[in-house]
Design a protein around this ligand. Structure first.
Ligand SMILES: [Zn+2]
Length: 249
């Protein structure tokens, strides 16, 4: 058992949310009970996740995608009311860390995705240094990289192959980081791995020769929050369980 404020302090120290410009508030988004025993981690604070976590007996939720985002009008109605109501009724804490969790160099989404693919970053790139880049090593072809991604993430990536050059440098950034493609090319990548693709990236891949692999937003962001939950469990002698709610996107 540990105090909620003690856990929040540890998360702030580790993830340094104040250092990021983000699309929503990082940290404690919904306040529940003061004592924490059982954490459930998950990618998104969806209703299905909240319900599964409650069924698993969690008193504290840890997610990458929280409830509140820039551009919302602030009303607790409809689906958002339902999610918040569940948390309040069950006196559950909700911690959410977005960009700080992508960036954290050991437990974060990009570090964990890299480790899963067998890549180690030796440099960072892009806005707020969120992009990771490193030597391709054994993943010297787009096919080898795509096969590794498919095996590691359990789904085949969407691949725009580029010009077929041997891969020396691979860049990656989890989730919806298709907007980082040009920065990855600028940083010297021969291939870029992220979660999603939008229309312009297919043309950029063809015209620059740099391969683009979209591996799934959800699939590429499962690992940071699970690693962070396990880390907290170890530090504070808590129970922890990662709850995966499948998402085709
Ligand atoms: Zn995301």
């Amino acid at each position: 058992m540990a105090g909620r404020t003690e856990i929040e302090r540890a998360l702030t120290e580790l993830l340094r949310p104040e250092a990021f410009r983000d699309y929503g508030p990082n940290g404690l988004q919904v306040e529940g009970r003061a004592e924490v025993r059982r954490i459930a981690s998950g990618v998104t604070a969806s209703l299905a996740f909240i319900d599964a976590a409650i069924a698993a007996g969690a008193d504290t939720l840890l997610v990458h995608h929280g409830l509140f985002w820039r551009g919302q009008d602030g009303r607790l109605t409809g689906w958002l009311r339902e999610r918040v109501r569940r948390l309040l009724v069950h006196d559950i804490n909700l911690f959410a860390y977005h960009l700080p969790l992508d960036a954290e160099p050991r437990l974060g989404n990009n570090a964990q995705l890299g480790a899963l693919l067998g890549l180690e970053a030796d440099a960072r790139f892009g806005e707020q240094d969120l992009g990771f880049i490193g030597a391709a090593g054994a993943l010297a072809s787009v096919q080898a990289l795509a096969e590794r991604a498919a095996a590691a993430l359990g789904r085949a990536p969407l691949v725009v192959p580029g010009d077929g050059r041997p891969l020396a440098r691979i860049a990656w950034c989890s989730g919806g980081a298709q907007g980082y493609f040009e920065a990855a090319i600028g940083a010297g990548a021969d291939a870029f791995v992220t979660g999603e693709i939008s229309e312009p990236q297919a043309h950029l891949a063809r015209e620059t020769g740099v391969a683009f692999l979209a591996c799934g937003h959800h699939a590429s962001e499962r690992y940071g929050v699970a690693a962070l939950g396990a880390h907290l469990a170890e530090c504070f002698a808590l129970e922890h369980r990662f709850v995966d709610i499948d998402n085709p996107a």
